[in-house]
Design a protein around this ligand. Structure first.
Ligand SMILES: [Mn+2]
Length: 319
């Protein structure tokens, strides 16, 4: 069991980047305090809490500019890692970094199958999967696993983009189609979208008939959360970081003006996590598009606050 290891967790991501999850335990020096063994993930060790799987940029299904998170060497500075650790609450619950997934080049279906398999493994162990991407299509792999365990799954989706195209340049498996593919799985009235400010006509027409879309900001999220709490339905939370305004988060592949602020996003996270969140992902950071490092630091802090918010015993936001 590991406690208070967010710094270690981040460094572990750096350590094992490029290795497959299955291979990580065998190939990484597990004497290092920064490394974790496979037994701690899939064995009988009673790891309560959250399993994190990071999904490095392998172009799952699109030709997006490199969206990735926490890659070795050039992304995460010591200051940024230290920034993430600065919360006493992170000493009091368990997080396990299951390492990077080595995704298949050239086959979206194969990559999605790998993501689905890892998410299913985490769910089977009774843990909470939290995936870090990477382009947004990775959500589909996780949701495929989630619906097998939770047939009544709802999805709360923070994003600048509707992601409801039936295809994008002929591709059904694309970041621009990911919520449409999720709708194929869970049906009408179960996808709740916020901050949306970009899409084509067909997407908005589709949303009017099949999803609950809130444009530009988080208006309606508190009411939705009350409904989700009352019904106790399982909820998957997918956060595309481009919901943030590009003035504070430029490091993303498809920036859209008119987004929410960092504090608005944190407030939304603290609100929606009152519901029965059973899995989540955080995606679309592209560190190389913001050489100042501000976007990476912001993503780290969003991750930190998401982790804290998911631990429901915490009374509220702490700076
Ligand atoms: Mn987006």
């Amino acid at each position: 069991m590991f406690r208070n290891r967010l710094l270690a967790l981040l460094l572990a991501v750096c350590c094992v980047a490029g290795l497959s999850c299955a291979a990580a335990a065998a190939e990484v020096d597990c004497d290092s305090v920064y490394c974790f063994s496979a037994e701690d993930f899939s064995g009988e060790t009673p790891i309560a809490g959250i399993c994190i799987t990071s999904l490095p940029d392998k172009k799952v299904g699109s030709v997006m500019l490199g969206s990735r998170i926490l890659v070795p060497g050039d992304v995460l500075t010591a200051e940024q890692a230290a920034q993430m650790t600065f919360s006493p609450r992170l000493t009091e619950f368990d997080i396990f970094d299951s390492g990077d997934l080595e995704l298949c080049f050239g086959s979206s279906e194969s990559a999605l199958a790998d993501i689905q398999s890892r998410a299913a493994e985490i769910l089977h162990d009774g843990k909470f999967p939290l995936l870090l991407g990477g382009e947004h299509l990775v959500t589909l792999g996780a949701v495929r696993a989630m619906v097998e365990k939770y047939p009544d799954l709802h999805i709360v989706h923070f994003d600048a983009h509707a992601d409801l195209r039936d295809d994008y340049l002929g591709a059904k498996l694309s970041h621009a189609c990911v919520l449409r593919r999720c709708h194929d799985l869970i049906g009408d009235g179960r996808i709740h979208q916020f901050c949306i400010r970009s899409g084509d006509r067909t997407e908005f027409e589709f949303a009017a008939a099949h999803t609950e879309m809130h444009k530009f900001d988080f208006t309606g999220l508190a009411q939705l959360t009350e409904q989700l709490c009352a019904s106790k339905v399982p909820v998957y939370l997918t956060i595309d970081l481009d919901c943030l305004d590009p003035s504070c988060f430029p490091g993303t592949g498809t920036p859209e003006a008119g987004g929410v602020s960092f504090l608005q996003l944190l407030e939304a996270i603290r609100t929606v996590t009152k519901a029965n969140i059973v899995g989540a992902d955080l995606n679309e950071l592209a560190p190389t598009l913001d050489t100042t490092g501000v976007s990476t630091a912001t993503a780290c802090k969003v991750l930190r606050e998401l982790l804290i918010a998911l631990d429901k015993g915490w009374p509220g936001f702490q700076v």
